[in-house]
Write a protein that binds this ligand. Structure first.
Ligand code: KG4
Ligand code: ZN
Length: 328
């Protein structure tokens, strides 16, 4: 079995996965969302303190698995420097006390492996990663064989939902809240411009759209609940249309048989529906992670670590450092 730890942002999570079968034997996650909600975003120092309290408590519940463990895996990049180090330090302590090898897992690789929980891997695949920190289209050829096809030039898709929710005073994390408000809104009431609509560039940008929303909120002044819903729906339509417009170009440029969406924002059902239609139009199959494993979790880190273990791709203790920034 492999014990895996995730602490890259505001979720403290530990999992135990069986190597031979990929079966998830234990998974627990404590989300700090409500602790950060009043600040409208994640406060790194607070997140680190909360990990320091939560992680040992979850780990205690995995004690019965200790005798059967073969490795300890941990997210070591990218993420918040002060929170990554909480998980990495715990992994090192476990490695020393139980005499187990370490596996450092790139958080983005983890999101990709959320597609393969309790399943075999499927490569090649083209993957849209939409999270709070990233918006990327990835060409995934195999284990650690990932290249970026397109990415955001500024804000990420998920982050733009968080900012819109914050501007509307709706709380954090914004993604699920904006999606819920959008359900009761008129998506055509506000005619926001689709970012990079007239540009041939295959890239993403959300800072301009965020600004359009801000100006609209200011122009309206006092907002009714219906105004908020209409802004959420119009924003969600345009934010998604932007992804679709660029993805269409990517689909046209190559032959994509298997396409996937991963990351926290892949839980958005509006986005799922639109991308499903795009895949159908191009004869591609859409792959999705289970809804509960779209946002950060240790199960996806454990699943990725199984592939590392099979290749003896271990990380020497002195090389296991937490790195806030790292590419796919
Ligand atoms: O993958 P994740 O849990 O953390 C990072 O690695 O960043 O993604 C969190 C992000 C947040 O920005 C959150 O607002 C967004 O995913 N998100 C959503 C939805 N659920 C979560 N964005 C849009 N619609 C959703 N339903
Ligand atoms: Zn993530």
């Amino acid at each position: 079995m492999i014990l895996s730890i995730e602490s890259s942002c505001d979720d403290s999570s530990v999992a135990v996965t069986e190597i031979a079968t990929g079966k998830l034997l234990f998974h627990k996650k404590i989300s700090q969302e409500s602790d950060h909600a009043k600040y409208g975003g994640v406060v790194p120092e607070l997140a680190a303190r909360l990990h320091a309290t939560a992680l040992p408590g979850i780990l205690e519940q995995t004690r019965s698995y200790f005798p059967g463990l073969k490795a300890v895996a941990v997210t070591n990049a990218p993420g918040l420097a002060v929170t990554l180090v909480e998980g990495v330090t715990m992994a090192k302590a476990l490695s020393i006390s139980l005499n187990l090898p370490l596996i450092g897992v790139n958080h983005l690789h983890g999101h990709i492996y959320s597609l393969f929980l309790e399943k075999e891997t499927l490569f090649p695949m083209t993957i849209l990663l939409v999270s709070g920190g990233h918006t990327q289209v990835i060409n995934a050829q195999g284990y650690k064989d990932f290249s970026i096809v397109a990415q955001t030039m500024d804000d990420s898709f998920g982050e733009s939902f968080d900012k819109v929710a914050k501007m509307l005073g709706l709380g954090y994390p914004g993604g699920p809240i904006v999606e819920a408000y959008a359900k009761s809104g008129d998506e055509n009431r506000f005619d926001f411009t689709v970012p990079l609509g007239n540009s041939g560039k295959i890239a993403f940008s959300y800072s301009g759209l965020k600004n359009q929303v801000r100006l609209q909120i200011e122009a309206l002044g006092d907002l009714t609940k219906q105004d908020q819903c209409d802004i959420c729906a119009s924003f969600q339509r345009v934010a998604t249309a932007h992804l679709l417009q660029k993805l269409k170009k990517i689909f046209k440029n190559g032959t994509i048989k298997d396409f996937a969406i991963v990351g926290g924002a892949s839980a958005n059902l509006y986005l799922r529906e639109k991308i499903d239609a795009l895949c159908s139009a191009f004869g591609a199959t859409l792959h999705l992670a289970p809804l509960a494993y779209c946002s950060d979790n240790a199960a996806m880190i454990g699943r990725c670590a199984i592939d590392a273990y099979r290749r003896s791709d271990f990380t020497p203790m002195e090389e296991l450092v937490s790195a806030p920034k790292s590419a796919i």
